[in-house]
Design a protein around this ligand. Structure first.
Ligand code: PLP
Length: 396
């Protein structure tokens, strides 16, 4: 029978019936090492006992009441996020795109309320990814994602990633700019990190925002929740942004996103400015609270240690073939000298799930709870596949 689903995804011919830690089991019972974690979502791994128990217990107690009323668990989660981020206030939604929508609306409100700018513009980056809603796909630096959906939402000025001079030039040319929206490490485009490191890049952006009275808005949807070895990637630097969007790993698979604000972005939204029916349900907040609690017990530090182990593992096994590694913590791009999309199927046949982005980058996003043995197995299996693949090319 033909599928009843819209064909929006090029799905692989495998489906899973259960998971445990870094492992997924397909409907035939075959085991796979999961280096994707549901695309940087399940930081605590699959079927984490504490998260499972929290969701089940909360589902039996109270799932949803709406934002017409006080939601005590939302307050608690707001405090937990404040604690891990240094930010001041939160707005809860259900996805990354929604968190970024809130950020984009905040930048516009900032322009109208505080700067008297009626047609505000936000600086965004080439090769960025911010989501699939109309505003977030307009902010995204990838023509393929925008094709067919014009007219795009106006008010975005695009510059190359990791190019501070281009931002300074845009600032001099365009008095309508009010904010920068940037991923500290670009995810969807294959894990592209600032060449000199996260800290100098973010510190330079922060200084430009300060000088021009702009908002620095960080899209930490992929980099956040421990992925890079700090709770948020900006914590590798000395700065605090004005706006942070988070989602993905926040609920370990339970859908929830948040937009965090401080300083001059803190008091922009008032009653009636923004909202969503499902934002911050007791169930979603309980899942996220438990996830944060568990992440802070060790997985974030583990991401740093295992990330280094995997990075040096690949450099040792594949460095001679011109393979390099970018990224931080357990957000790593293994960069091959040629397009390698076919490795996805080969790895799957070998019991490893992986993502290839930007044609020649293996994007590794394993659960943050991966242990040393599993990390070594990941390197061993993928290195063997890559070596065979690159040598085939050499022989041809
Ligand atoms: C950096 C970044 N921003 C935004 C999004 C969009 O998040 P969602 O798919 O939850 O809407 C993603 C998703 O991949 C992302 O990686």
């Amino acid at each position: 029978m033909s599928s009843a689903l819209m064909p929006t995804y090029a799905r692989q011919p495998v489906g899973f019936s259960r998971g445990e830690g870094v492992w997924l089991f397909d409907t035939e019972g075959r085991r796979y090492l999961d280096t994707t974690a549901g695309i940087a979502v399940c930081g605590l791994g699959h079927a984490h006992p504490a998260v499972a128990e929290a969701i089940a217990d909360q589902a039996r107690t109270l799932v949803h009441t709406s934002n017409l009323y006080q939601v005590p668990l939302q307050e608690k989660l707001g405090e937990a996020l404040r604690d891990v981020s240094g930010m001041e206030l939160c707005f809860f939604g259900n996805s990354g795109a929604e968190a970024n929508e809130a950020a984009i609306k905040l930048a516009r409100l900032f322009a109208h309320k505080h700067k008297g700018i009626s047609e505000p513009a936000i600086i965004v980056m080439e090769n960025s990814f911010h989501g699939r809603t109309l505003a977030t796909l307009s902010a995204t630096g990838n023509k393929k994602i925008q094709d067919g959906f014009g007219p795009l939402v106006p008010g975005f000025v695009r510059v190359p990633f990791d190019d501070v001079a281009a931002i300074e030039k845009a600032a001099a040319e365009n008095p309508n700019i009010v904010a920068i929206l940037v991923e500290p490490i670009q995810g969807e485009s294959g894990v592209r990190a600032p060449a000199a490191g996260i800290a100098p890049y973010l510190e330079a952006l922060h200084a430009i925002c300060d000088k021009n009275d702009w908002l620095l808005m960080l899209d930490e949807i992929q980099t956040g929740n421990g992925r890079t070895g700090k709770y948020f990637a900006y914590q590798h630097s000395a700065i605090l942004p004005d706006v942070v969007s988070t989602a993905k790993g926040l609920g370990n698979g339970f859908p929830i996103g948040a937009c965090l604000v401080r300083g001059k972005a803190r008091d922009l939204f008032g009653p009636g400015n923004h909202g969503t029916t499902y934002g911050g349900t007791p169930l979603a907040c309980r899942a996220a609270l438990t996830t944060i609690e568990e992440l802070r017990k060790g997985p974030i530090d583990n991401a740093r240690v295992m990330g280094e182990r995997i990075r040096s593992g690949f450099l040792n096994t594949l460095g001679d073939l011109g393979v390099t590694v970018e990224g931080a913590g357990l957000m790593l791009g293994v960069v091959l000298p040629k397009p390698c999309g076919e490795l996805v199927a080969r790895a799957r046949e070998d019991g490893v799930l992986l993502i290839v982005s930007a044609e020649n980058r293996i994007r590794l996003l394993p659960p943050l709870i991966i242990n040393g043995e599993e990390a070594d197995l990941l390197v061993e299996k993928i290195s063997a596949l890559v070596r065979t693949f690159l040598n085939e090319g050499a022989a041809a």
